[in-house]
Design a protein around this ligand. Structure first.
Ligand SMILES: [Zn+2]
Ligand SMILES: [Zn+2]
Length: 495
């Protein structure tokens, strides 16, 4: 069975809810990456699967815009002005591109755009700064302060870290002088008055809880939010779920402070690019490259066919990516019966393409005209789905030899001219690609010659290189008559 069916079925036995609330939260602290895709795709897939079993679900996405900017992402180091905003909550940080009210909202929009490209639909989108300013966290802050010792012991026991004796760090105020919320410490809490000091600018002062210029410590924020949103299911990367991690704290806060059962968790593996956690290279491997060269359904298929906790390793090698396209088509054609692959294909959108991506690469290089190609393959939908990706592959020269069919006719070796001419005589429009391909073997062997000699001579004639695509297929796409015309043209000029 596929992981998602396993998971959802066990969920139904563990927890009975009228509407299963599935949550996903993300700190919008920089450009999206493959980890971001997992953070939205996995919960969405679970939510969708719950519905497919006839139950109700609600998928809520929360952007952690109150988190502070703790470092400047590598892609943004040229924006020097961002340095002044380190340590400030993301909804107060400058949008370096100038198109949004803040940094946090700019990158939230990027995530939403990514979701729409992946056809991931949220039922609700929330931002932490709005939740705070609407007062959703107020009573939780009061509760935690009123049970400071219990909260402290949960934090110490679940994070394996001793807190100082005078610790009151339930919340992180936003310093009213320097605007940071990662360098402030609470010194007292009385009747909703919070006094604090800031180690960055030396400010000492107070604020009122109801002003909402503060956030809860992350390990307390998470269970509070889950409680007021009524979350049944929430997951995250394996790193959140290690011993001493924030999931353990959240769970204990639910049990010991709220007196309730915590939501059901799930964890998913890392997405590696070429075996590495983060691709540092500027070449293939960034999310924008991945989305430029790989159809979203293939991206989803790849991520969903693995078991939930398994690491996924996407090799950004054109040959590997082509095998993914190929595999997707074989699964959709019913030629692969593996249940995990079939389920991943269904969950990816269950798209069917009549012509393979590899063939379209060849068609496009020959004809450069999508209208004509749609007519030749008698399928507009496949062309519409895949044309932008095909164009990017050709434009960026990602073509492995067997797909690189830019015509560059040149003189073949003289010793093979007789065989080529005989081959040209022996083929016609009515033959299939396999017949044409086999003709090469038949002819060469009949003359006691090596078929590879004839193949490489024909490739040289067509492409000025000894390697090329599957010849029968290529000649069919090109048209037998057109092929003959090229051969005659080249051999005529040699005479
Ligand atoms: Zn912007
Ligand atoms: Zn300060």
């Amino acid at each position: 069975m596929s992981w998602v069916d396993d998971y959802v079925k066990s969920l139904f036995t563990l927890r009975d809810s009228e509407v299963y609330v599935v949550a996903s939260g993300l700190t919008t602290s920089g450009p999206a990456h493959m980890g971001t895709v997992m953070e939205v795709l996995i919960p969405y897939t679970i939510s969708k699967t719950i519905r497919s079993y006839g139950r109700k679900s609600h998928f809520v996405f929360i952007a952690d815009t109150m988190d502070s900017l703790d470092s400047i992402p590598a892609q943004l180091t040229s924006f020097k002005e961002l340095k002044d905003y380190l340590g400030m909550p993301l909804y107060k940080v400058l949008d370096p591109y100038g198109c949004h009210n803040s940094f946090g909202y700019h990158f939230l929009d990027e995530v939403l755009l990514l979701m729409s490209k992946l056809s991931v639909e949220c039922d609700e989108i929330l931002t932490a700064d709005e939740l705070y300013s609407e007062g959703w966290y107020d009573d939780y802050a009061r509760l935690f302060f009123s049970r400071l010792d219990d909260v402290r012991s949960v934090l110490e026991n679940t994070s394996f870290r001793k807190l100082p004796p005078d610790w009151k760090g339930i919340i992180k105020p936003i310093c009213s002088r320097c605007g940071r919320n990662d360098t402030t410490s609470v010194t007292s809490f009385n009747n909703d008055i919070i006094t604090y000091v800031c180690s960055s600018c030396g400010f000492k002062g107070d604020m009122i809880l109801g002003d909402h210029r503060w956030k809860l410590l992350w390990r307390l924020d998470w269970p509070s939010r889950q409680d007021f949103l009524g979350v049944d299911i929430e997951g995250g990367g394996v790193d959140h779920f290690t011993r001493g991690g924030s999931w353990d704290t959240a769970t204990e806060i639910h049990r010991k402070i709220f007196g309730k059962e915590p939501p059901i968790g799930f964890k998913f593996g890392f997405v590696l690019i070429d075996g590495k956690k983060m691709s540092k290279s500027k070449g293939l491997g960034s999310l924008s490259d991945i989305m430029k060269f790989i159809h979203p359904s293939i991206v989803k298929y790849f991520l969903l066919k693995h078991d939930l906790e398994e690491n996924r390793n996407l090799r950004m090698d054109p040959r590997y990516v082509l095998t993914l396209y190929e595999e997707y088509k074989l699964v959709s054609d019913g030629k692969y019966q593996d249940i995990k692959q079939l389920r991943a294909w269904e969950l990816s959108g269950g798209v069917r393409w009549s012509t393979s991506f590899g063939e379209l690469l060849i068609y496009y290089q020959i004809y450069k005209d999508w209208d004509l190609i749609s007519k030749l393959i008698k399928d507009y939908k496949t062309v519409n789905d895949l044309k932008q990706y095909v164009e990017e592959w050709v434009k960026n020269n990602l073509l492995p030899d067997e797909y690189d069919v830019q015509l560059k006719p040149s003189q073949p070796p003289n010793s093979a001219v007789d065989l080529i001419l005989e081959f040209v005589e022996s083929i016609n429009e009515s033959m299939s690609d396999v017949d044409i391909h086999n003709k090469v073997y038949e002819l060469a062997r009949g003359r006691g010659r090596d078929p590879s000699e004839l193949f490489s001579a024909i490739y040289t004639l067509l492409f000025s290189k000894p390697k090329g695509p599957r010849l029968g297929k290529f000649i069919k796409v090109l048209g037998v008559e057109q092929f003959k015309a090229i051969v005659n043209e080249v051999l005529k000029t040699s005479k």
